[in-house]
Design a protein around this ligand. Structure first.
Ligand SMILES: *Cc1c(COP(=O)(O)O)cnc(C)c1O
Length: 416
């Protein structure tokens, strides 16, 4: 017998859960893309998008996924033959590096492994050696979705400044924007990229590149930028057509409008606190289960963990078995382990992930945790007792003072 009938829960780290309000907003006849409502709506959306990234800079919107924004950020600022320094804390850092390489860019990787964040001191030391300024950009993944490590982007900026290095700082915020605190201007990121299908709660298909004047000055010095990726007309369109380099992603834009309304109605600080509390409930449950048996959080230090995705090690073949059980028996789909192969487990089936980004609340997280606890029991995987009760206590305590990156009063006053 299966207990999976009912509303399914896709608890993978993207695409995330789509709010009904977003889906309803998309369910409509095609709008005109030359004049009228849609054109006005997009102009009004740009400031609301920048508020999510906390930047006074510019934003270019692409019909693409996250991979496209990797390429877009590089295409505007780094020419073939120039060098970038990639700070890798998991599969996505390496993926961005591979993207750069395929564009003819010279790539150097600072590899911090799969269980630790970017070490700003190592970054500073490497930049200090580059007296000639060969490195044009530092590529940092804020939250690497494969390992669930969260790095400190403000510390990366400090490393650049202390080394007196003029490279651009690019942050991949695809898994963190509108989940984990991110303050583009305050933290000193020159470029921040994201995509629609994670914290922004819109189906995959929209990519966003935020950039400041410094990055734009680099763009203007580029010998050539491919027409599709060029951010200049998109960020400063003379006609509506230029926003999207062609036909607008009409229905996605209505979905995005609805999502931005939800985001700003809740408020960025409240969204970050919600994600932090729900993440802490998850960690607490896993710690209880791990008291006996093989289950472990991939990242030991809570201050270095994403609030939107959690990677766990359970050992092969339990990861794959557990995911199959929760999916088939209970209607909860958990994320696969990604880029986490290890000795004796070449495909990384001993890892799995919880996605808890975007449109996720306490009952969903408690339901997911209860399902995992049931799965562990059903499959005979040894685990400590009381995981779900421990998580429920965190939820009962509420969102009091759990943010590991505290609010900056001036930014709260400025952005709400
Ligand atoms: C999801 C994700 C990507 C890739 O995005 P796609 O939309 O799948 O191309 C890149 N980086 C991070 C950190 C991500 O979470």
């Amino acid at each position: 017998m299966s207990l999976a009938q009912g509303r399914p829960y896709l608890a993978i780290p993207g695409p995330s859960v789509m709010p009904d309000a977003v889906l309803r907003a998309m369910h409509r006849a095609s709008p005109n893309i030359y004049e009228g409502e849609l054109t006005e709506m997009v102009a009004g959306m740009v400031p609301d998008l920048k508020r999510v990234a906390r930047t006074d800079g510019h934003v270019a919107i692409y019909i693409t996924n996250g991979h496209g924004t990797w390429e877009a950020a590089l295409a505007n600022t780094v020419a073939p033959g120039e060098t970038v320094l990639v700070c890798a804390t998991g599969r996505f850092g390496h993926g961005w590096a591979e993207m750069a390489e395929a564009m003819g860019i010279e790539v150097e990787i600072l590899d911090f492994g799969r269980t630790a964040p970017i070490d700003p001191e190592r970054l500073r030391a490497r930049l200090a050696e580059d007296a000639g300024g060969a490195i044009k950009a530092v590529l940092a993944v804020h939250v690497d979705t494969s390992s669930s490590i969260r790095s400190d982007i403000a510390e990366c900026r400090r490393a650049l400044n202390e080394a007196g290095h003029g490279a651009l700082l690019m942050a991949d915020c695809i898994a963190s924007l509108a989940c984990d605190r991110f303050e583009m201007d305050l933290w000193g990121a020159d470029i921040a990229i994201t995509a629609s299908q994670k914290g922004l709660m819109v189906p995959p298909g929209l990519g966003f590149v935020f950039f400041n004047d410094r990055a734009d000055a680099v763009r203007r010095r580029m010998p050539r930028v491919s027409r599709y990726w060029d951010w200049s007309p998109r960020a400063d369109p003379q006609m509506f057509y230029q926003y999207f380099g062609g036909t607008a992603p009409t229905h996605h834009l209505y979905g995005l409008r609805a999502a931005l309304d939800m985001i700003h109605a809740e408020g960025m600080e409240a969204i970050w606190a919600r994600h932090a509390t729900l993440a802490r409930a998850i960690w607490t449950a896993v710690d209880a289960w791990g008291g006996e048996g093989p289950l472990r959080l991939n990242v030991a230090n809570p201050a270095e963990r994403s609030h939107a995705v959690t990677a766990l090690r359970i050992g092969a073949p339990h990861g794959a078995r557990l995911r199959a059980w929760t999916d088939e028996q209970a209607g909860v789909t958990l994320g696969i382990g990604l880029g986490m192969s290890e000795e004796g487990d070449p495909t990384g089936t001993g890892f799995f992930r919880f996605g808890h980004m975007g449109h996720v609340n306490a009952h969903m997280v408690l339901g997911m945790l209860g399902t995992v606890e049931a799965g562990l029991a059903a499959l005979g995987v040894p685990h400590g007792a009381g995981g779900v009760s421990a998580a429920a206590r965190i939820v009962a305590e509420g969102t009091g003072a759990v943010l590991s990156t505290p609010a900056h009063p001036q930014e709260v006053a400025r952005w709400g």
